[in-house]
Design a protein around this ligand. Structure first.
Ligand code: NAP
Ligand code: F7E
Length: 299
């Protein structure tokens, strides 16, 4: 049997890079969609030593024709849609752009699949942000959604359009409802990497403090390289479905900072300042995922 091929939309991001490595190790031919920037942004692929092993195709989520072209060129068996304006804070500053990219971008890909080859399997990067400030102490696939940001509203649209294309056109389309997942490749603006980066700079004497926003928010933080395997597993099942991927543990930003400084032999209280600048107009206070379904069905 010839090797399978996959397109990763958003290959330059944290998950895209790890997934590319994972699929290459499985023998896939990997195509990656990237958007042209004034400064190339392939550092994650270079860090993982796979830059020369992936086929890069320029396209943009706001340009449906470019997505059609990319799918026609690569004839993939699977498409992993990981591209988004993914920073919740920025979605309050760019709500319309976030809707265009993170929301409608998904429909543009699904339309291309429907017209070119509805047998292509599709993974949608859904998120625990869909739950927003719901009232339950733990969230699973049946927990009602209550998005609390323009990002989450755009992702809610992406979640539903994925289900709608599955039910209307029989496309093998899955939503992975992934809780926060982190790694050394995480963007520096996200809180875990922002803290670990600051701790390193403080230890090296390059900085003395860090400004953070809401220290009380709790998140269910997992490890990104493990989560990309779950994405792949979803597309290897007999039937398409939606799954929560999480750790079932919630910790606060404060706890995270405390531990990170402790590891470097420092007391966080001497270095962390709270700044209004990093408070969001609305924040998600508590997320903790119930991964029972994924454990049972995906192992
Ligand atoms: P990320 O590091 O921010 O990567 C996002 C990717 O999307 C980058 O490759 C980015 O390209 C690309 N992109 C942005 N706008 C685009 C556009 N208009 N056209 C084409 N590509 C575009 O995000 P991540 O952490 O890897 O997350 C992957 C996906 O999972 C995202 O959809 C995110 O919303 C979702 N998600 C993430 C988490 C998490 O905790 N990490 C949890 C649940 C869901 P550039 O490199 O050019 O910016
Ligand atoms: O914030 C609080 C902030 O930006 C976590 C994305 O991948 O995961 C990510 O979204 C918490 C929030 O991630 C700062 O208010 C305090 O309560 O690291 P974050 P996020 O918003 O949870 C989900 C699952 C996604 O889908 C998203 O794409 O930390 N916080 N102080 C701060 N956050 C940031 N960024 N910076 C601070 O200074």
């Amino acid at each position: 049997m010839p090797n399978k091929s996959a397109i990763i939309i958003g290959i330059t991001g944290q998950d895209g890079a790890y997934l590319a490595k994972f699929l290459l190790d499985k023998g896939y031919e990997v195509f990656g969609i990237f958007r042209r920037l004034s400064t190339p942004n392939f550092w994650r692929l270079q860090y993982l030593g796979i830059f020369d092993r992936v086929n890069l195709i320029p396209a943009d989520l706001i340009d449906g024709t470019s997505l059609v072209e990319a799918i026609k060129i690569s004839e993939p068996d699977e498409i992993y849609h990981l591209a988004a304006q993914s920073f919740v804070g920025a979605s309050f500053e760019q709500p319309v752009g976030t809707g265009e990219i993170t929301g409608l971008g998904t429909t543009r890909i699904l339309e291309a699949i429907r017209h070119i080859n509805p047998k292509i399997k599709f993974y949608q990067a859904s998120t625990s942000e869909l739950y927003g400030n719901n009232k339950s102490g733990i969230q699973n696939e049946d927990t009602p959604f209550r998005p609390a940001s323009p990002y989450a509203a755009a992702k809610l649209y992406g979640y539903w359009i994925t289900k709608i294309y599955r039910e209307s056109y029989g496309i093998f389309a899955c939503n992975g409802i992934l809780f926060n997942h982190e790694s050394p490749l995480r963007g520096l603006e996200f809180v875990t990497r922002k803290i670990s980066n600051a701790v390193a700079k403080i230890v090296l004497g390059m900085e003395s403090s860090i400004e953070l926003g809401n220290l009380e928010a709790k998140r269910d933080w997992g490890y990104a390289p493990e989560y990309v395997e779950a994405m792949w597993l979803m597309l290897q099942q007999d039937e398409p479905d939606d799954y929560v991927i999480a750790t079932n543990e919630a910790h606060s930003v404060k706890e995270f900072a405390q531990k990170a400084f402790e590891i470097a032999g420092l007391n966080w209280k001497n270095h962390v300042k709270v700044s209004q600048k990093f408070l969001r107009p609305l924040d998600v206070n508590f997320l903790r995922g119930d991964y029972s379904k994924a454990k049972e069905k995906l192992g």
